[in-house]
Design a binder for this molecule. Structure first.
Ligand SMILES: *[C@@H]1O[C@H](CO)[C@@H](O)[C@H](O)[C@H]1NC(C)=O
Ligand SMILES: *[C@@H]1O[C@H](CO)[C@@H](O)[C@H](O)[C@H]1NC(C)=O
Ligand SMILES: *[C@@H]1O[C@H](CO)[C@@H](O)[C@H](O)[C@H]1NC(C)=O
Ligand SMILES: *[C@@H]1O[C@H](CO)[C@@H](O)[C@H](O)[C@H]1NC(C)=O
Ligand SMILES: *[C@@H]1O[C@H](CO)[C@@H](O)[C@H](O)[C@H]1NC(C)=O
Ligand SMILES: *[C@@H]1O[C@H](CO)[C@@H](O)[C@H](O)[C@H]1NC(C)=O
Ligand SMILES: *[C@@H]1O[C@H](CO)[C@@H](O)[C@H](O)[C@H]1NC(C)=O
Length: 455
């Protein structure tokens, strides 16, 4: 659709016309979907550093944090697979490999000062996606397969399970000097839960499923996940009061990662009624809290116009998780598919901004670009639109039916004995103060925008 908007400006007595090339999306046509998502992905890559002179491979420009790059590449792997378009295949592989770090556990040296379990966990889900979509393993001497890297992420996060506080759970932060070390957040534990569920389904090794069960049980015990008919997923709590004083913010990415993990568990256990009930409840919550007028939205900040850079990307992984849920638990597809369709249509109507005429916006209810633009807006539109194709392509593979990535159940365990994971990194006091400040800023940014809603 080509729209010509004209504004009569009395002051200068002139007629200004703006031609905007809104996205023409045919939700039932793969060619149209992949054409649009190619444009949207191009907009994402405008923020990519890795192809610029002096830029770091696998990183998007400031102010986009390392974790968001992990989320972005998850969406790009899906696009490569769903659209069967190899254009960015090597860009994606190089980014994953480079940011895996020299120990291939997604604790690259540059991030050790500030990395949290959630950051590592999001990259872990992305590398698991590479496994399940059969992205060609990297080559080179002693370079492990994607599966081995996913196992390294699992093994290192699981090793940080902390039974001494709140009866279990991993903390938000990996390193003691970072503020947020005393907070146990949902997303860190949800990533661990989902990664375990996916590794269990993929490898057929029940140990992972047992861990997934334990993490999920804990999330429910502390009340981060409330399994009512319409389930809630809250943000987390501090260990000072044994995780009883909950931060009751509800973010789509927390809800999505828990729901997606439950759907993988449902599938991995061959459809037990226990997981069927949980998936149903969590899906009820997802459709109730994160859709308005049948279109996806970020409940805690969108209408208040307080979403920060991180929060503006949450609908991307949420979309991906709804798509996986509809595949892993086919009984949910009748509920999910129509919501993806209306949301994709809504998103496409907002991709008429910017100087290129196809920059996407934040508010998909707006029917036109709402003035917000950035990496998050592009990622969300990409993922919701490409998820339209999820049932046209094979389901995530398992080792037994198409996956070929090379694994190593013990990956990452050797790195546990290094200083880094014992939190004994010998860093100077000034660095430590710097890291604490950075984390404090992130914490304020994460909760600050929405915290007032609690009072
Ligand atoms: C494949 O991706 C590239 C880069 O986004 C795009 O230019 C091209 O049109 C895509 N091909 C198809 C068939 O969609
Ligand atoms: C770490 O940062 C340096 C300096 O910006 C950069 O040259 C290097 O490529 C980065 N490494 C990783 C793994 O991001
Ligand atoms: C702390 O919380 C956990 C999980 O809810 C519970 O099992 C444990 O008994 C609590 N400990 C104390 C001292 O209240
Ligand atoms: C699920 O079914 C498969 C194939 O029938 C079987 O190999 C596997 O053990 C079952 N898993 C569970 C958890 O029941
Ligand atoms: C697990 O997922 C596959 C792929 O979508 C599907 O064919 C199968 O029916 C699912 N299992 C159950 C128990 O629903
Ligand atoms: C997975 O990738 C391997 C090598 O990269 C290839 O031989 C195999 O056919 C692929 N499997 C599927 C199901 O595409
Ligand atoms: C299954 O996974 C566990 C946990 O990582 C591991 O210790 C064990 O060796 C694995 N078993 C097999 C047969 O790979």
């Amino acid at each position: 659709m080509t729209m010509i908007t004209c504004l009569w400006t009395a002051a200068v007595a002139a007629l200004y016309c703006k031609i905007s090339l809104a996205m023409d999306l045919d939700t039932s046509d793969a060619t149209s979907i992949c054409y649009d998502t190619a444009l949207i992905q191009g907009g994402m890559l405008d923020y990519y550093e890795g192809t610029r002179y002096g830029g770091t491979v696998g990183m998007f420009q400031s102010p986009y944090y390392w974790w968001e790059a992990g989320e972005a590449f998850g969406g790009m792997i899906e696009n490569w697979f769903l659209c069967q378009n190899d254009t960015y295949k090597s860009l994606i592989s190089e980014a994953l490999l480079y940011q895996a770090g020299t120990s291939y556990n997604f604790i690259p040296d540059n991030q050790t000062m500030v990395e949290g379990n959630d950051d590592q966990g999001i990259w872990g889900l992305t590398v698991m996606d590479a496994v399940e979509r059969n992205l060609t393993d990297p080559t080179g001497d002693n370079v492990p397969g994607w599966l081995s890297m996913a196992q390294a992420v699992f093994n290192t996060i699981w090793a940080r399970w902390d039974s001494a506080n709140c009866g279990g759970g991993v903390r938000w932060q990996i390193f003691t000097w970072n503020s947020g070390y005393n907070y146990k957040n949902t997303i860190s534990n949800a990533c661990l839960f989902q990664l375990a569920a996916r590794l269990g389904r993929y490898t057929g090794n029940d140990t992972y499923l047992e861990v997934a069960d334990e993490v999920f049980t804990w999330l429910v015990d502390v009340g981060y996940v409330v399994l009512a008919d319409t389930a809630n997923v809250f943000d987390g709590a501090d260990i000072a009061d044994n995780c009883t004083d909950l931060t009751k913010l509800e973010w789509s990415y927390n809800h999505g990662v828990v729901l997606g993990g439950a759907a993988y568990m449902y599938n991995a256990t061959n459809g037990t009624s226990e997981w069927e009930t949980r998936v149903t409840q969590l899906l009820n919550g997802a459709t109730t809290y994160f859709f308005k007028d049948g279109i996806m939205y970020e409940m805690a900040c969108q209408d208040y116009k307080t979403c920060n850079n991180d929060q503006r990307s949450f609908k991307s992984i949420f979309s991906r998780m709804l798509g996986f849920t509809s595949v892993m638990a086919p009984f949910t597809a009748d509920t999910i598919n129509p919501l993806i369709k209306t949301s994709a249509e809504g998103a496409a109507t907002t991709c008429n901004g910017g100087s290129d005429g196809h920059t996407c916006g934040l508010n998909w209810q707006a029917s036109t670009h709402d003035g917000y633009y950035g990496l998050g807006e592009q990622m969300c539109a990409l993922e919701v639109i490409q998820t339209l194709l999820i049932h046209d392509r094979p389901a995530p593979y398992k080792a037994s039916n198409g996956g070929t990535s090379e694994g190593n159940a013990n990956a990452g365990l050797d790195t546990l004995t290094t200083n880094v994971l014992k939190n004994e990194l010998n860093i100077q006091q000034k660095d430590r103060a710097g890291a604490a400040i950075i984390t404090a800023i992130v914490l304020v940014a994460l909760t600050g925008g929405a915290i007032w809603m609690l009072f």
